[in-house]
Design a protein around this ligand. Structure first.
Ligand code: KIV
Ligand code: ZN
Length: 524
């Protein structure tokens, strides 16, 4: 062996990133995304190097099916997965949705823990084994790439878990996922479970093992990395860690832990980490789930150094208090503050720098909004531009639009709002009083667009500092079993409130019209 070959470090083993933002993430209450938002998120994930995108649960609704198949149709590099319970109709529907992808995957799952078998499924161990053999084989008849998950694996006795895994691989599963469904495991336990299964299952070498961790005890990332040490080579995660209850392992944290601690984690992912912050903002914007300020990697404060000692150290050498650079995750120090004298070229270059690839029409709309904002606000910061472009993309297909709003407010009530809306191309005007200006604005909307939805959340914060900062309002509406959240931004808090409320109503309408199409299709 030559000297150079002996001295070369072993190349790190590749760990696949399986993103389930559009399935496990979207499944949590209030995180509903519109069809267009799902497409935008999928495009971002595909572009940043995610290996597998779980695009949805096709049997859940026609909207889910349409989104998964459109994402499958548009996919460039990523494998597109559709989730299915261990039910023949689910598997057939998932197969149909991902069939058009360059590379599609059916992801089917069944519970294996005694608690789930006794109380949820009311089935014996042998019955579940038989279901695994039958449903995995059905999926494998439809497609070559089949993932099988043992739901609640971490509360399943190891002997039975091994029998289930062996059966799934025998029936044709190519990926075996062992989720910590209820976020109960500790890292040592989770690592040991993977080691035991891989050692004891005779055909274990025929499949890739996968981790899927929920964050109920705040251990999702630690458990995911422990599972990889135990032999898993796929991490299931979501952008910003959104997901059921306390959420899933956060993609950005898993990827940056592997990259930053290559000395003890000799693995590699295919993710372009400079896209992480952009992806985080896109998902936060689409789901309207704000990212906590101190969130690892993508939080607003993740690279802020406030204390004197830290600032002093940073000025002397960045490595004193920074274990990774802001640039490596896509945070750019604001180089160019925009204002009313900034022209098209400067705006275009700012959008490029921020990672937006807009079509000509989208650029034109964004530029007009930017000019209107710059007329009202001396300095337009990156955060303002982000809010403006994201809102532009999110509202492109809205049926109800705000035309104008005038509010009389102050100590001498009642407060009164005069609102003009464009509803499906027809302009209508209304006046309404309220107990305060926000109440008056919402009453005007309710008169113009009668609806049953109840307001579950109303939240205001400033996009940047300064008294001329834009207000960002988040609104959550609930109608029957649907919960939608939406955002609106404007230098005027009342206009932002109206925009946010209308955006949420538009989401409810978009869902309703997709269900309507589904009913027509079913009746035909
Ligand atoms: O948490 C879980 O067990 C899941 C499965 C459907 C994979 O999300
Ligand atoms: Zn899950």
């Amino acid at each position: 062996m030559s000297e150079t070959v002996r001295a070369a470090a072993p190349s790190p083993e590749r760990v696949l990133i399986f993103d389930t933002t559009l399935r496990d993430g979207e499944q949590c209450p209030g995180a509903t995304m519109t069809f267009e938002e799902k497409l935008a998120v999928a495009e971002m994930l595909d572009g940043m190097g995610v290996d597998i995108i779980e695009a949805g649960f096709p049997i859940a609704s026609n909207g889910d099916f349409e989104a998964v198949s459109e994402i499958a149709r548009r996919s460039r590099n990523a494998v597109i997965a559709g989730l299915a319970r261990a039910i023949p109709a689910d598997i057939a529907r998932a197969g149909e949705a991902v069939r058009v992808a360059k590379r599609g995957r059916i992801h089917t799952f069944v519970s294996t823990s005694p608690i789930h078998l006794a109380h949820q499924m009311r089935k014996t161990e042998d019955e579940v084994l038989e279901i695994i053999l039958r449903t995995v084989a059905q999926a494998r008849d439809l497609i070559d790439d089949v993932e099988w998950s043992a739901m609640d694996a971490t509360r399943t006795p190891i002997d039975y878990l091994c029998r289930c895994v062996e059966a799934a691989i025998r029936a044709g599963a190519t990926t075996i996922n062992l989720p910590d469904t209820v976020g109960y495991a500790t890292p040592d336990e989770y690592r040991a479970m993977f080691r035991a299964v891989r050692e004891r299952v005779p055909n274990a070498d025929k499949a890739i093992f996968s981790v899927h961790c929920h964050n109920d005890l705040g251990l999702a990332i630690a458990n995911s990395l422990a599972g990889v040490e135990g032999g898993a080579r796929q991490i299931e995660c979501t952008i910003n860690g959104i997901g059921e209850r306390a959420g899933n392992a956060a993609l950005e944290e898993a990827v940056m832990a592997i990259r930053t601690r290559a000395d003890v984690l000799p693995y590699a992912t295919g993710i372009d980490t400079t896209q992480l912050v952009r992806a985080s903002k896109l998902v936060a914007g689409a789901t309207h789930f704000p990212v906590q300020y101190n969130k690892a990697i993508v939080g607003r404060n993740a690279f802020a150094h406030e204390s004197g000692i830290h600032q002093d150290g940073m000025l002397k050498n960045q490595s004193t208090y920074e274990i990774m650079t802001p640039e490596s995750v896509g945070v750019h120090k604001t180089s160019l503050v925009m204002g009313k004298h900034s022209g098209r070229a400067a705006f275009r270059s700012k959008l490029d720098e921020m990672g937006y690839g807009l079509s000509d029409n989208q650029f034109q709309d964004a530029f007009e909004r930017f000019k209107a904002l710059a007329d009202r606000k001396k300095h337009v910061y990156d955060e303002d531009i982000e809010a403006l472009v994201d809102e532009n993309l999110a509202t492109a297909h809205d049926r109800i639009r705000l035309v104008s709003l005038t509010v009389i407010a102050g100590t001498r009530g009642p407060q009164r709002a005069t609102m003009r809306l464009d509803i499906d191309g027809r302009v209508v005007t209304e006046e309404a009083d309220g107990n305060g200006p926000v109440d008056a604005v919402l009453n005007a909307i309710k008169t113009l667009v009668p609806h049953e939805a109840s307001l579950e959340l109303y939240d205001v914060h400033a996009v940047t500092g300064g008294t001329d900062a834009q207000a960002e309002v988040s609104v959550r509406l609930k109608q029957d079993d649907r919960i939608v959240t939406a955002r609106g931004t404007d230098p005027d808090t009342l206009v932002a409130s109206a925009k946010a409320y209308l955006a949420a109503l538009n989401k409810l309408l978009a869902g309703a019209s997709r269900r309507l199409h589904a009913q027509h299709a079913a009746a035909e």
